[in-house]
Unconditional design. Structure first.
Length: 163
């Protein structure tokens, strides 16, 4: 292994570990906000949304650490970050049906922590999604494709064109 590839591998490992930690932090913040794992936040649709976000965030963290379909995983990590950001903005501006109590509440400590964590995850995941997308053309593993699906020069037909 060359120094360049070792550096790249270490850099990818650090990025995946950081993103996984941020996903776990997103899940933790939302568990704390709803009052625990077994509590359903009111209104019920928001509580179910919190549970879905928490489960998804933990699944994406596991996928990041195990390198399962890297390109798809970075895309899911973008969703883990962007979904709650949009929800935060909506609950603070227009409010959501049966959930008007947070309108204008921009300085809630847990909300600010959530914005910081989700913002960091969004920046990291977006950058690495586009980086992985570009690299997937050169390295099929990055896109999560089986290596056999990419034709090498040795497997191409040697039949001349026009026959």
């Amino acid at each position: 292994m060359t120094a360049t590839s070792r550096r790249t591998t270490t850099g990818h490992l650090v990025a995946r570990a950081a993103a996984a930690a941020l996903c776990v932090a997103v899940a933790y913040i939302h568990v704390k906000d709803q009052g625990g794992l077994t509590v359903l936040k009111d209104p019920a649709y928001m509580g179910v949304g919190y549970w879905a976000l928490e489960a998804t965030a933990l699944a994406v963290a596991a996928m990041l650490l195990t390198r399962i379909r890297p390109l798809s995983t970075w895309f899911l990590a973008i969703g883990v970050a962007a979904g709650p950001l949009v929800g935060f903005i909506l609950t603070r501006t227009t409010g959501l049906p049966n959930a008007m109590d947070d309108r204008g509440n921009w300085t809630e400590t847990l909300g600010v922590e959530s914005l910081i964590v989700e913002g960091a995850l969004l920046v990291l995941a977006t950058a690495l999604f586009f980086r992985s997308r570009g690299a997937s053309k050169a390295d099929p593993y990055v896109a999560g494709l089986p290596v056999q699906s990419v034709a090498s020069p040795q497997t191409r037909s040697s039949v001349p064109a026009g026959r």
